[in-house]
Design a protein around this ligand. Structure first.
Ligand code: ZN
Ligand code: ZN
Length: 250
Protein backbone atom coordinates (compact mmCIF):
# COMPACT_ATOMS: atom_id res chain seq x y z
CA UNK A 1 0.00 0.00 0.00
CA UNK A 2 2.83 2.42 0.85
CA UNK A 3 4.81 4.11 -1.91
CA UNK A 4 8.28 2.73 -2.61
CA UNK A 5 11.13 4.04 -0.39
CA UNK A 6 12.64 5.80 -3.43
CA UNK A 7 9.81 8.37 -3.29
CA UNK A 8 10.55 9.61 0.26
CA UNK A 9 12.64 12.65 1.10
CA UNK A 10 14.27 13.27 4.49
CA UNK A 11 14.07 16.52 6.46
CA UNK A 12 15.43 17.64 9.82
CA UNK A 13 12.78 19.72 11.61
CA UNK A 14 12.83 21.76 14.79
CA UNK A 15 9.61 21.96 16.83
CA UNK A 16 8.37 24.68 19.13
CA UNK A 17 9.07 22.38 22.09
CA UNK A 18 12.76 22.53 21.14
CA UNK A 19 12.97 18.94 19.88
CA UNK A 20 14.78 18.22 16.62
CA UNK A 21 13.24 15.35 14.69
CA UNK A 22 13.51 13.75 11.31
CA UNK A 23 10.45 13.57 9.06
CA UNK A 24 9.80 12.13 5.62
CA UNK A 25 7.82 13.78 2.83
CA UNK A 26 6.53 12.22 -0.36
CA UNK A 27 8.81 13.74 -2.96
CA UNK A 28 11.14 16.69 -2.32
CA UNK A 29 8.92 19.60 -3.40
CA UNK A 30 6.43 19.92 -0.54
CA UNK A 31 7.99 21.56 2.56
CA UNK A 32 7.40 19.97 5.97
CA UNK A 33 5.49 23.11 7.09
CA UNK A 34 3.07 22.70 4.17
CA UNK A 35 2.44 19.07 4.95
CA UNK A 36 -0.62 17.85 6.85
CA UNK A 37 0.68 15.12 9.14
CA UNK A 38 -1.49 12.37 10.53
CA UNK A 39 -2.92 12.25 14.00
CA UNK A 40 -2.66 8.47 14.29
CA UNK A 41 -4.77 8.41 17.44
CA UNK A 42 -7.85 9.84 15.72
CA UNK A 43 -6.87 8.81 12.18
CA UNK A 44 -7.29 12.37 10.90
CA UNK A 45 -4.92 14.99 9.56
CA UNK A 46 -3.37 17.63 11.81
CA UNK A 47 -3.37 21.31 10.80
CA UNK A 48 -0.58 21.87 8.22
CA UNK A 49 2.82 22.31 9.86
CA UNK A 50 2.01 20.50 13.11
CA UNK A 51 3.44 17.16 14.23
CA UNK A 52 2.96 15.15 17.38
CA UNK A 53 5.77 15.14 19.96
CA UNK A 54 5.37 13.29 23.24
CA UNK A 55 6.65 14.75 26.49
CA UNK A 56 6.12 13.41 30.00
CA UNK A 57 5.64 16.95 31.31
CA UNK A 58 3.16 18.05 28.62
CA UNK A 59 0.48 20.44 29.94
CA UNK A 60 -2.91 18.90 30.83
CA UNK A 61 -5.35 18.56 27.94
CA UNK A 62 -7.47 21.69 27.51
CA UNK A 63 -11.20 21.92 26.83
CA UNK A 64 -12.01 23.13 23.30
CA UNK A 65 -15.32 24.10 21.73
CA UNK A 66 -16.77 21.96 18.94
CA UNK A 67 -16.79 23.99 15.71
CA UNK A 68 -17.81 21.32 13.19
CA UNK A 69 -19.61 17.98 13.17
CA UNK A 70 -18.18 15.36 10.81
CA UNK A 71 -18.84 11.68 10.23
CA UNK A 72 -21.05 9.39 12.26
CA UNK A 73 -20.40 5.76 13.07
CA UNK A 74 -22.03 3.12 15.21
CA UNK A 75 -20.09 0.93 17.61
CA UNK A 76 -21.49 -2.19 19.25
CA UNK A 77 -20.39 -3.26 22.71
CA UNK A 78 -20.91 -6.66 24.35
CA UNK A 79 -22.60 -6.87 27.76
CA UNK A 80 -20.25 -5.87 30.59
CA UNK A 81 -18.86 -8.73 32.71
CA UNK A 82 -20.49 -9.31 36.08
CA UNK A 83 -17.18 -9.01 37.93
CA UNK A 84 -16.13 -5.38 38.44
CA UNK A 85 -12.82 -4.23 36.93
CA UNK A 86 -9.86 -4.04 39.34
CA UNK A 87 -10.13 -0.29 39.73
CA UNK A 88 -13.79 -0.19 40.79
CA UNK A 89 -15.69 -1.52 43.78
CA UNK A 90 -18.66 -3.84 43.30
CA UNK A 91 -21.30 -1.31 44.44
CA UNK A 92 -20.27 1.37 41.93
CA UNK A 93 -19.91 -1.24 39.19
CA UNK A 94 -23.46 -2.50 39.80
CA UNK A 95 -24.75 1.03 39.18
CA UNK A 96 -23.05 1.63 35.84
CA UNK A 97 -22.76 -1.93 34.49
CA UNK A 98 -24.48 -2.62 31.13
CA UNK A 99 -26.21 -5.97 31.42
CA UNK A 100 -27.15 -6.16 27.73
CA UNK A 101 -25.06 -5.70 24.56
CA UNK A 102 -25.55 -2.17 23.23
CA UNK A 103 -24.83 0.05 20.25
CA UNK A 104 -23.79 3.70 20.46
CA UNK A 105 -23.35 6.39 17.83
CA UNK A 106 -20.11 8.37 17.71
CA UNK A 107 -19.51 11.57 15.79
CA UNK A 108 -16.11 12.83 14.67
CA UNK A 109 -15.93 16.52 15.52
CA UNK A 110 -13.47 19.31 14.78
CA UNK A 111 -12.52 21.44 17.78
CA UNK A 112 -11.65 25.15 17.82
CA UNK A 113 -7.91 24.25 17.82
CA UNK A 114 -8.32 22.43 14.48
CA UNK A 115 -7.94 18.97 16.02
CA UNK A 116 -10.49 16.18 15.85
CA UNK A 117 -11.99 13.96 18.47
CA UNK A 118 -14.99 11.67 18.86
CA UNK A 119 -18.16 12.46 20.74
CA UNK A 120 -20.81 9.96 21.78
CA UNK A 121 -24.37 10.89 20.83
CA UNK A 122 -27.03 10.77 23.57
CA UNK A 123 -28.91 8.17 21.49
CA UNK A 124 -28.80 6.47 18.08
CA UNK A 125 -31.34 8.83 16.48
CA UNK A 126 -29.64 12.04 17.61
CA UNK A 127 -28.30 14.45 14.94
CA UNK A 128 -26.21 17.63 15.49
CA UNK A 129 -29.14 19.75 14.24
CA UNK A 130 -31.18 18.51 17.23
CA UNK A 131 -28.84 20.41 19.58
CA UNK A 132 -27.76 19.07 22.95
CA UNK A 133 -30.19 17.47 25.36
CA UNK A 134 -30.28 19.00 28.82
CA UNK A 135 -30.78 17.54 32.27
CA UNK A 136 -34.07 18.06 34.08
CA UNK A 137 -34.22 20.87 36.60
CA UNK A 138 -34.41 18.37 39.43
CA UNK A 139 -31.41 16.31 38.43
CA UNK A 140 -29.49 19.52 37.74
CA UNK A 141 -30.19 20.71 41.29
CA UNK A 142 -29.01 17.34 42.62
CA UNK A 143 -25.83 17.46 40.55
CA UNK A 144 -25.07 21.00 41.68
CA UNK A 145 -25.49 20.04 45.32
CA UNK A 146 -23.34 16.92 44.88
CA UNK A 147 -20.51 18.88 43.23
CA UNK A 148 -20.65 21.68 45.83
CA UNK A 149 -20.36 19.03 48.53
CA UNK A 150 -17.48 17.30 46.74
CA UNK A 151 -15.54 20.55 46.24
CA UNK A 152 -16.06 21.51 49.89
CA UNK A 153 -15.07 18.15 51.34
CA UNK A 154 -12.25 17.29 48.93
CA UNK A 155 -10.77 20.38 47.25
CA UNK A 156 -8.33 18.20 45.24
CA UNK A 157 -11.02 15.91 43.82
CA UNK A 158 -11.05 17.86 40.56
CA UNK A 159 -8.22 19.82 38.94
CA UNK A 160 -8.96 23.53 38.46
CA UNK A 161 -9.60 23.21 34.69
CA UNK A 162 -11.92 20.25 35.32
CA UNK A 163 -13.82 22.19 37.97
CA UNK A 164 -14.22 25.14 35.59
CA UNK A 165 -15.64 22.77 32.97
CA UNK A 166 -18.06 21.31 35.53
CA UNK A 167 -19.20 24.84 36.45
CA UNK A 168 -19.82 25.69 32.79
CA UNK A 169 -21.75 22.45 32.32
CA UNK A 170 -23.91 23.09 35.38
CA UNK A 171 -24.58 26.68 34.30
CA UNK A 172 -25.62 25.45 30.83
CA UNK A 173 -28.04 22.82 32.13
CA UNK A 174 -25.58 19.92 31.67
CA UNK A 175 -25.83 19.70 27.85
CA UNK A 176 -25.34 16.31 26.22
CA UNK A 177 -23.33 16.13 24.03
CA UNK A 178 -21.21 18.77 25.69
CA UNK A 179 -20.36 21.73 23.41
CA UNK A 180 -16.72 21.48 24.56
CA UNK A 181 -14.39 18.53 24.72
CA UNK A 182 -10.98 17.64 26.05
CA UNK A 183 -8.38 17.80 23.30
CA UNK A 184 -5.64 15.28 23.97
CA UNK A 185 -4.00 16.15 20.66
CA UNK A 186 -3.36 19.73 21.90
CA UNK A 187 -0.95 18.45 24.54
CA UNK A 188 1.10 16.62 21.89
CA UNK A 189 0.79 18.78 18.80
CA UNK A 190 3.78 21.04 18.13
CA UNK A 191 4.49 23.52 15.36
CA UNK A 192 7.46 23.04 13.03
CA UNK A 193 9.54 26.23 13.46
CA UNK A 194 12.54 25.37 11.25
CA UNK A 195 13.44 22.74 8.68
CA UNK A 196 16.50 21.60 6.76
CA UNK A 197 16.91 19.25 3.83
CA UNK A 198 18.78 15.98 4.40
CA UNK A 199 18.22 14.18 1.10
CA UNK A 200 16.47 11.23 -0.44
CA UNK A 201 15.71 8.30 1.86
CA UNK A 202 17.35 6.04 -0.74
CA UNK A 203 20.44 7.95 -1.94
CA UNK A 204 20.36 8.55 -5.70
CA UNK A 205 23.06 6.95 -7.93
CA UNK A 206 25.28 9.69 -9.36
CA UNK A 207 24.52 10.32 -13.05
CA UNK A 208 26.94 8.30 -15.23
CA UNK A 209 29.53 10.65 -16.75
CA UNK A 210 28.93 11.05 -20.48
CA UNK A 211 32.06 11.41 -22.61
CA UNK A 212 32.52 15.06 -23.65
CA UNK A 213 31.91 15.80 -27.34
CA UNK A 214 35.36 16.09 -28.98
CA UNK A 215 36.68 19.59 -29.63
CA UNK A 216 37.81 20.81 -33.08
CA UNK A 217 41.43 21.26 -32.03
CA UNK A 218 41.44 17.87 -30.35
CA UNK A 219 40.13 16.20 -33.53
CA UNK A 220 42.68 18.07 -35.68
CA UNK A 221 45.50 16.92 -33.41
CA UNK A 222 44.29 13.29 -33.54
CA UNK A 223 44.01 13.51 -37.36
CA UNK A 224 47.59 14.82 -37.64
CA UNK A 225 48.79 11.99 -35.39
CA UNK A 226 46.89 9.39 -37.46
CA UNK A 227 48.30 10.80 -40.72
CA UNK A 228 51.81 10.78 -39.31
CA UNK A 229 51.31 7.18 -38.22
CA UNK A 230 49.94 6.23 -41.68
CA UNK A 231 52.87 7.93 -43.32
CA UNK A 232 55.27 5.97 -41.12
CA UNK A 233 53.53 2.67 -42.00
CA UNK A 234 53.69 3.45 -45.75
CA UNK A 235 57.41 4.10 -45.44
CA UNK A 236 57.95 0.84 -43.62
CA UNK A 237 55.96 -1.05 -46.26
CA UNK A 238 57.97 0.65 -49.05
CA UNK A 239 61.16 -0.56 -47.47
CA UNK A 240 59.86 -4.18 -47.56
CA UNK A 241 59.90 -4.23 -51.39
CA UNK A 242 58.29 -3.27 -54.70
CA UNK A 243 54.94 -5.15 -54.95
CA UNK A 244 53.94 -4.73 -51.31
CA UNK A 245 54.86 -1.06 -51.49
CA UNK A 246 52.69 -0.37 -54.58
CA UNK A 247 49.68 -2.19 -52.97
CA UNK A 248 50.03 -0.19 -49.83
CA UNK A 249 50.36 3.02 -51.82
CA UNK A 250 47.22 2.46 -53.87
ZN1 ZN B 1 9.20 17.74 21.68
ZN1 ZN C 1 -6.49 20.53 20.04
Amino acid sequence: MAPTPEKFYRWRVQLDCGCVEEVLTYGKEKLPVEQQWHDLVHKVRLPAGQVLCFHDDSPPEPYRKIVEWGERKEVSFPADPVEPPDWMDAKAWALIRHEEPRTSAFWTVTLSCGHATEVMAPDLEWKPADGPQRASKMSLRRMKAAYEELWASDPDAQAESEREHTRRMLADGWPCPSPENLCRTCTWARWIVAYQRIGWLVPRQPEPKRPKPPSRTGLQRRLRQAEAEAEKLRKQLAQLGGEDASEAGS
